[in-house]
Ligand binder design. Sequence first.
Ligand SMILES: Cc1cc2nc3c(=O)[nH]c(=O)nc-3n(C[C@H](O)[C@H](O)[C@H](O)COP(=O)(O)OP(=O)(O)OC[C@H]3O[C@@H](n4cnc5c(N)ncnc54)[C@H](O)[C@@H]3O)c2cc1C
Length: 436
Amino acid sequence: MTFDELRGALPGRVLLPGDEGFENAARPWTLTVVQPVAAVVHAADAYDVAAVVQYARGAGVPVVTQPTGHGAAGGVADAILLRTRQLDTIEIDPARRVARVGAGTSWGRVQAAAGAHGLTGLAGSNPAVGVTGYTVGGGMSWFSRKHGWASDAVRAFEIVDAEGLRRRVTAQDDPDLFWALRGGSGDFAVVTALEFDLFPAPELFGGRVLWPATRIREVFEAFQEITATAPDELTVWFQRLQIPDAPPMVGMDAVYLGDPDQGRTLLARLDAIGDPIIDKRGVFGAAHIGAITAEPTDPSPSLSRAEQLTELGDAVIKTLIDEPVAPLANLQIRHLGGALAEHRADGGARGPIAEPYLLYCLGLGLPHLAEAVKARRTAIVDALSGQISGGKPFTFLTPDEKASAAFDSATLTRLRELKSARDPHGVIRGNYPVLG
Ligand SMILES: Cc1cc2nc3c(=O)[nH]c(=O)nc-3n(C[C@H](O)[C@H](O)[C@H](O)COP(=O)(O)OP(=O)(O)OC[C@H]3O[C@@H](n4cnc5c(N)ncnc54)[C@H](O)[C@@H]3O)c2cc1C
């Protein structure tokens, strides 16, 4: 079968180079990544997904599944780019507190549906991020200090395997694959739907508070104090912002999963700083967590870098507090710990992260800025060599990094063995292949 014949065989759309709309369809959310793929397929349903994998297997062409391209990493030349956005069903069972969602769904819609029942999924900061890519990479949520990795909340995956066969994967049916897909990446199967636990969240308290950058020492001290004693229900991120055409700012984002009055008390330390530029703390529902950081949802030329920090000592203060943010746009420190650090006997490949903080640097890869942004990222990492462990959450890997940075050696070995056993012809290609 040729690509043209594939086009005739599928209800979904197949776009080839030269077709109208091909370039747009091949472009990822992360615009700094170029994707010279051989074809783009917009799958209409799980049968289309199976047909594409079967075709790819026969033709010796890899399949790259990418609903949004938030995690695009390159390495896709001549592959079939499988778009799953049309697999977008959402079913919420409030009594069992379980969601079943199609693999093309983004978090914003899931949170809106769950929030209507006073429930939440283990969503992260951005409503446009796809549930599946986030979850198979582990998924670090606002609620992960309390409830763990999003991947460990999964009950079942519906998949197409590397042979092109559709099946359901649970802890009972296929414990190895179930383990690998829970945080070990999308390198093992194409997920068509997933079923995961929801958690009670009738009301949340939190929001963003910003001050002029001149208040940075006071804000950072408050961040250190709050995170030193925060219960697992409270998650706080420290933010330095250098938004184009705006003065530099420093701030904190917070979410408390519990009684709003208790949340207000836990964050009262921020009142002692005084005189914020904005203070958006308030009561809100799970559907609105994306509004806290108000990150861009449209495609962006972002260049990022994440590092797990072992402490917030003098070197961190000198490098991240005393130096200007520019040419980066954002320096963020996320408080980890809680359930993220706990080993779960029934957990998936993600496993615990012991480091208490995550550093995230973000800049824009625009032509006049890209080199300066990359140089600053490197300078920060060099200056903090004594405080960074080298480990990464899988979902925060960047195109110049490898999957091996996200796993301990025993986990990586098991993932590699499974990949070789289940996909010996390399039909399925994750964004950071475990054999890479
Ligand atoms: C603005 C922004 C905010 C973010 N915030 C957070 C956060 O708070 N917490 C966090 O943990 N991460 C966060 N991330 C990282 C994000 O979770 C990863 O980039 C994730 O890979 C995105 O998944 P996606 O499906 O949207 O992206 P895509 O690029 O479309 O997919 C990424 C990869 O996921 C796998 N995948 C996707 N769909 C399937 C499928 N159906 N079957 C098998 N594999 C599949 C594939 O390997 C694919 O290459 C953020 C990223 C951005 C850009």
